[in-house]
Design a binder for this molecule. Structure first.
Ligand SMILES: O=C[C@H](O)[C@H](O)[C@H](O)COP(=O)(O)O
Length: 232
């Protein structure tokens, strides 16, 4: 089975958790796109939900699919967020932000009672870090922020190159929030929860792609079928 079919299977399984009347966080990326697409089919068939998109790309897709949208200024809490990930470990800690949407994704996930992460099973890892860790930065003071990040890496026993993400024209990639992204090639991240805390405390870091303790359920689709894993 091809990888898009696996992503769609994971999205379809997550859709089974959606109930009428729910307020939903809508993730970003190629896997979340399947979820929004399938959700749109249900909405057109009469399901009553409202969504908060985690990126401009998802907002546009959801509007095209007919999913009613709201904002975190208009609703208090969300019932459920469904989103993809770049890596998932056995504690359901995640690396996210490969598509650059990590800041809004984390705000939305943190405002949700539950987060379900959906993926093909190639995203499942023993240790986070083979996928470069995206860190979203305020452009002002970039070099100082990078030095502080290097300090946080050293303090947690991590090291690796930091690469400013570029767009297809070779300019700095700009997020929906107007920030830049540095991808840290750490290989194997030691003590991800502590590193997450240290990165959060650096002035100039708008957000980082370590999602610690946010996902409550993972739905992984592979050639052997679907695995549903609950956070211990
Ligand atoms: O910024 C992007 C998001 O964190 C995505 O959820 C993540 O990159 C996974 O995307 P995909 O489902 O396309 O692999």
């Amino acid at each position: 089975m091809n990888i898009e079919a696996l992503k769609r299977q994971a999205a379809a399984r997550a859709l089974e958790e959606v109930r009428d009347g729910m307020k939903l966080g809508l993730g970003t990326g190629s896997t979340a796109k399947h979820f929004v697409d399938l959700l749109g089919e249900k909405v057109r068939a009469g399901l009553n939900v409202v969504g908060v998109p985690t990126s401009e790309a998802t907002r546009i897709q959801a509007e095209q699919c007919g999913v009613p949208l709201t904002t975190l200024d208009e609703v208090d809490r969300l019932d459920l967020t469904v989103d993809g990930a770049d890596e998932i470990d056995s504690a359901l800690n995640l690396i996210k932000g490969g598509g650059g949407a990590l800041l809004r994704e984390k705000i939305v996930a943190a405002a949700s009672d539950r987060m379900i992460v959906i993926a093909d099973d190639s995203k499942w890892v023993d240790v986070l870090g083979r996928f470069p860790l995206p860190v979203e930065l305020v452009p002002f003071g970039l070099a100082a922020t990078r030095r502080a990040m290097a300090g946080a890496f050293a303090e947690t026993g991590n090291s690796g190159q930091m690469v400013l993400r570029k767009d297809k024209d070779g300019h700095a990639f700009v997020t929906d929030g107007g920030h830049w992204i540095v991808d840290a090639q750490l290989g194997r991240i030691s003590d991800a929860p502590r590193l997450a805390g240290l990165l959060t405390s650096i002035p100039g870091v708008a957000e980082h792609g370590l999602f610690i303790g946010l996902a409550s359920l993972a739905v992984l689709a592979g050639s052997q079928g679907i695995r549903v894993i609950e956070r211990r």
